[in-house]
Write a protein that binds this ligand. Structure first.
Ligand code: PHE
Length: 336
């Protein structure tokens, strides 16, 4: 029985340890159930009584030493591992931060703003009215009595008897004239509602109304203001066409077209081969409307107009489906 060899082997094994894996392996080789020390202790049985005691003591001392050494190494590796983990989780304050995703204004909002910018440069102020409107303001006071056939074009949602979701922004004209005297120069932006749905119509959409009332406001003023607006909005060179039309609350009435911005007037799918895009309704305020709000039609005159914001935004930005405005797909919205 050679304790010296045992010692050499144990020392050699322990000094060969370079990693946690080595540590585990050596632990088994030396101290495992079938390890080197067990083997030696087993062998003790074959030695005689006198030698057994001192050899046993020497082996056990050596075993104690090996155990302590391995524990020491284990503690060391644990500490290193812990430090490594801490290094990895530490925040590097010199790294660039994460930029928060910023929202953008909706294209309808952008179009509203652009329209408000142009009209305020012409002296128009912004007025607003309720979306849930009395039949009186939405129809009656605009010279659209009950059973008037023109009501058919603006079929709407009835909230209660005599109460509707407004079909246009024109009721704001009445509300403004009821509470103030001329001179008046307002635009009224907002949502409107109709029983309508296809590629270019949704049950809710937006309009901007305009109203100017003063002494001696003439059709040429209407033409001048709308020409300035449309040229600012669509470019100096866009051709305009004032076309006779009918609205119960204006007389005479005109619809205004711009030359098709898609085909340049040659005719295409968007302008339905006409070369023109209908952009707004307008006219001189009907004397009956003035009478209803208590103005004297002999004293004052004025013009009004109304236009669809989605339609203008679609033309301006080249959008071919009105529903794109309402899907709220950020890939669409981020483009404006
Ligand atoms: N309110 C009309 C519409 O929605 C547009 C319009 C407004 C026409 C003002 C004339 C004057 O169709």
């Amino acid at each position: 029985m050679d304790v010296k060899t045992l010692k050499e082997k144990a020392v050699a094994e322990i000094s060969s340890i370079k990693s946690v894996e080595d540590l585990k392996r050596v632990g088994t080789t030396l101290l495992g159930r079938k390890g080197l020390f067990s083997e030696y202790l087993q062998e003790l049985k074959t030695v005689n009584q006198e030698q057994r005691k001192s050899l046993g003591q020497a082996i056990n001392e050596l075993k104690g030493w090996a155990e302590a050494k391995l524990q020491e190494l284990e503690a060391l590796y644990k500490k290193e591992e812990q430090e490594q983990k801490e290094r990895e989780s530490r925040v590097d304050i010199t790294m660039p931060g994460n930029r928060p995703l910023l929202g953008k204004a909706h294209p309808i909002t952008l179009t509203f703003r652009e329209m408000e910018r142009i009209f305020s440069s012409l002296g128009f102020e912004v007025a607003e009215g309720p979306n849930i409107e009395l039949d009186y303001y939405n129809f009656e006071a605009l010279n659209l009595p009950k059973d008037h056939p023109a009501r058919d074009m603006q079929d709407t949602f009835y909230v209660a008897p005599g109460v509707v979701l407004r079909t246009h922004t024109s009721p704001v004209q009445i509300r403004v004239m009821e509470r103030q005297l001329p001179p008046i120069r307002i635009i009224a932006p907002g949502a409107v509602y109709r029983h309508d749905q296809d590629i270019s119509h949704t049950p809710m959409f937006h309009q901007v109304e305009g109203l100017m009332v003063d002494r001696n406001v003439r059709f040429s003023d209407l033409k001048g203001i709308l020409t300035i607006f449309l040229h600012e909005m669509f470019g100096e060179n866009v051709p305009l066409r004032f076309r006779p039309s009918y609205f119960p609350f204006t007389e005479p009435s005109a619809e205004v077209d711009i030359g098709c911005v898609i085909c340049g007037g040659k005719g295409c799918r968007v302008c339905k081969e006409t070369g023109w895009l209908e952009i707004l309704g307008s006219g001189m305020v009907h004397p009956e409307v003035f009478r209803i709000v208590g103005y004297d039609p002999e004293e004052v005159s004025g013009f009004a107009f109304g236009m669809g914001v989605e339609r203008i935004a679609m033309i301006k930005y080249g959008i071919d489906d009105i529903k794109q405005f309402y899907y709220n797909d950020v890939r669409f919205l981020a483009q404006f």
